[in-house]
Design a protein around this ligand. Structure first.
Ligand code: PLP
Length: 390
């Protein structure tokens, strides 16, 4: 064999005895077949087999398998972001003339998707009160194909009665999808409470280091696999094995990181609830948070993200007082090792459950810094807020 050929061919080396704990990064667009017949039959390999890099590598399959087991579903798909996962969980099931219900507390880009793209495609959309299954019963139609949920709701943290909503949906032949990003599959298993599809923004707690974007879609049974897989193929959507490898690495410490953030967040939520400038704290594990009883019934724990509503007078100063934070970083997204704060507007993202009171919820995401130093940082912020009151 000539050198130029030798340069191109990959010699086969033994893998015997090489048994690492980590998962290899398998890069590949082309997958070669041992003969013409297996190439011709590649379509028969199905969703589990390998036929082209876009449809999966051993690296992405490993991440999918981990999620499928934790969500207790039938199959998992990976998407380039949490938002992409949400869209791909909905779009394959809709045609012009169909109807979709969404909880009013949905992740705002989903409302934008519904208002912009679903309406343009001739799909009708209504929003429901996340705390009132009767509102779902009243608004569901024979053409309703999907009820899109998020629990707890984005920013405002309403926990929904998923079993009741699923019962109404299934009686009308509609699917139920749920964005489970806040809880992660460790704290909530929506497929065990009536959802047909669950999505995660792996970008947040699961990857856990604020350095990668990814989303997952897990379906409850086989019948939902083909529509999503074929749509993803037509749209040309897959994820990089390097990114999947980052998520797999972060995943290994999810249990520890989440339990730590849960404990510190809950402690801070209680302390903040007692502060004179605070009107209320939005955290599903607090009795005063909407849907707390359902959280207690259905969830396995809480997460490291919660919201604080300050009283009317203090709220006006929240944005400027943010500069008093030195350890908490100011930024969107959450679930990483660094603690984050972000002021979130709510009123503009509600249409059937108007947000009354100050239109800023301070969202805190608790990371892995020293707990006492984080609290000192929060105290600095509270003092800055107090000084503005004088
Ligand atoms: C962040 C987030 C998403 C989107 O995730 P990206 O990976 O940033 O697209 C979706 N749903 C919820 C609830 C989120 O918090």
């Amino acid at each position: 064999m000539r050198d130029s050929t030798q340069c191109v061919l990959t010699p086969s080396v033994s893998q015997e005895g090489f048994d690492p704990l980590g998962v290899a990064v398998h890069r590949g667009s082309t997958i070669v077949f041992k003969d013409a017949a297996s190439y011709a039959a590649r379509g028969e390999r199905g969703h589990e087999g390998y036929s082209y890099g876009l449809y999966g590598t051993p690296t992405t399959r490993t991440l999918e398998a981990k999620l499928t087991a934790l969500e207790q579903g039938a199959w998992t798909f990976l998407a380039p972001s949490g938002q992409a996962a949400n869209i791909l969980a909905i779009l394959p099931f809709l045609s012009a003339g169909d109807h979709v219900l969404m909880v009013d507390s949905v992740y705002p880009p989903m409302r934008d998707f519904a208002e912009t793209d679903l309406r343009r495609l001739g799909v009708e959309v209504d929003y429901v009160n996340p705390l009132d299954p009767q509102d779902v019963a009243a608004k569901i139609r024979p053409t309703t194909r999907m009820i899109w949920c998020e629990s707890p709701g984005s920013t405002t943290m309403e926990v929904i009665d998923l079993p009741q909503i699923a019962q109404i949906a299934h009686a009308h032949g509609a699917l139920v999808g749920l964005d489970n990003t806040w809880a992660t599959p460790l704290n909530y298993k929506p497929l065990c409470h009536g959802a047909d599809i669950v999505t995660e923004a792996l970008t947040k707690f699961v990857s856990g280091h604020s350095d990668v974007l990814m989303g997952s879609i897990t379906v409850v049974d086989e019948r939902l696999i083909a529509p999503i897989r074929s749509q993803m193929g037509r749209f040309g959507i897959g994820v990089s094995p390097d990114d999947a490898s980052l998520v797999l690495r972060g995943f290994e410490t999810l249990g520890l990181r989440l339990r730590h953030s849960e404990r510190v967040a809950l402690e801070f939520a209680h302390r903040l609830g007692d502060h004179p400038l605070v009107d209320r704290v939005l955290h599903p594990a607090l009795e005063t948070s909407p849907g707390h009883g359902i959280w207690q019934r259905d969830f396995l724990g809480s997460s490291g993200v919660f919201g604080v509503v300050f009283n009317q007078a203090a709220s006006a100063g929240v944005a400027t007082a943010l500069d008093a934070f030195s350890l908490f970083a100011i930024g969107a997204s959450w679930g990483g090792t660094r603690s984050l704060v972000a002021p979130m507007p709510v009123a503009r993202h509600r249409s059937v459950t108007p947000w009354t009171g100050p239109d800023v919820v301070l969202r805190l995401s608790i990371g892995l810094e020293d707990e006492a130093e984080l609290w000192t940082d929060i105290e600095r912020f509270l003092q800055a807020l107090e000084q503005q009151q004088r």
